[in-house]
Design a protein around this ligand. Structure first.
Ligand SMILES: *Cc1c(COP(=O)(O)O)cnc(C)c1O
Length: 346
């Protein structure tokens, strides 16, 4: 198969830069699970500070951050409220059911964003017949919602409603820093609306692996028990934490370029016959588009692009998603959109 030259499949696809690899090679390391790795300790302190929380813990993946957080917040038989597009519902292999032992009540938000009335409508009565509503989960940005940003006021409004009903709040911040750059709101302001929050180092920030989960000291203490339980406690993890610290210093402001590139791609492909943008606004680094009005299916288009060394994922028969990141430049966007035009013209 042709080598992939332009990888728009996901922002998880970026390669660590040589400067990042250099920082990793230089890391002084120790035993992470005995809190003896200086680089991990520093990264956790920095992220806790960035997110305005008391403490933080380094974990291998965002999925593990979500699943541990849900398991700490909930007990078996509880109910979690989240948008139906949420990663915890669609892409974590049934984790909420199997690890937290909890049900998820899916909300019909718009582009992954919902309001206080939706939350109010989902909260169970105190009846002993009902599960106990326990936790509200928000995804910043909403991935399947189209990379949409939760506006701060909207987050504050749903948080107020949730708290009035004694719910805790958790933020899946896989792309929180994209929201920070797009909205010009600090990570701490967004995070102040929730009890627990994490950010992914291996998405737009460009690291090979890792995520950091933050919350109160008490919450993080319980997180550590789960980290040991499910094998997320590590050893000389400073090698990978060094990538995270490098990324937080060098790869945050540049997310604006990814957003510009996503908008450029959206502008160029929406001009093509039969291509319809799904998320018209393109707020961050994702472009979802519908190809049902073209002669080809989404998997067919994806396969033709792959022959040209370009990877854009198909979501079912009609939808496609392109995601920009630090290995995708403006010229790649132009080449990819021209290639798509060529395929549709054939
Ligand atoms: C990627 C992603 C996750 C999971 O992160 P991993 O590091 O891949 O486990 C969780 N939530 C959202 C919204 C994501 O996009």
């Amino acid at each position: 198969m042709t080598a992939i030259r332009i990888n728009l499949y996901s922002d998880t696809q970026s390669q660590p830069t040589s400067a990042m690899r250099e920082a990793m090679a230089q890391a002084t390391v120790g035993d992470e699970q005995h809190r003896l790795d200086p680089g991990v300790n520093q990264l956790c302190e920095d992220v806790a500070g960035l997110l305005g929380k008391e403490d933080a813990v380094f974990l291998p993946s965002g999925t593990m951050c979500n699943q541990i957080a849900l398991a700490v917040h909930c007990t078996a038989g509880d109910e979690i409220i989240a948008d139906r597009s949420a990663h915890i519902i669609n892409s974590e292999a049934g984790g909420p059911a199997s690890l937290a032992g909890s049900m998820v009540y899916p909300l019909e938000g718009k582009n992954g964003i919902f309001g206080p009335d939706d939350v109010r409508g989902a909260i169970r009565s105190a009846s002993l017949h009902a599960p106990r509503s326990r936790l509200l989960v928000v995804e910043q940005t909403s991935n399947l919602g189209g990379g949409t940003v939760w506006p701060l006021a909207q987050l504050q409004a749903v948080a107020k409603t949730a708290r009035a009903h004694d719910l805790s709040l958790h933020m899946d911040g896989a792309r929180l820093m994209n929201a920070v750059i797009a909205a010009g709101v600090s990570a701490a302001e967004f995070s102040a609306t929730v009890d627990s929050v994490w950010l992914d180092l291996s998405k737009g920030l460009g690291c090979p692996v890792g995520a950091v989960l933050a919350g109160s000291r008490e919450f993080i203490h319980e997180v550590w028990r789960w980290k040991h339980r499910i094998g997320g406690a590590m050893r000389q993890a400073g090698i990978i934490a060094a990538a995270g610290s490098w990324a937080l210093q060098h790869h945050v402001d540049r997310l604006a370029e990814d957003h510009d590139n996503a908008r450029l791609l959206a502008d160029r492909i929406s001009a093509l016959d039969g291509i319809q943008l799904i998320n018209e606004t393109v707020e961050t680094n994702m472009v979802f588009f519908d190809v049902s009005q073209t002669p080809l299916s989404a998997p067919e288009i994806s396969a033709r692009l792959r022959e040209k060394g370009i990877w854009i994922g198909a979501f079912g028969e009609q939808k496609m998603r392109a995601v920009t990141h630090l290995d995708v430049g403006r010229e790649d966007i132009i080449e990819a959109s021209d290639a798509l035009a060529g395929i549709l013209d054939d």
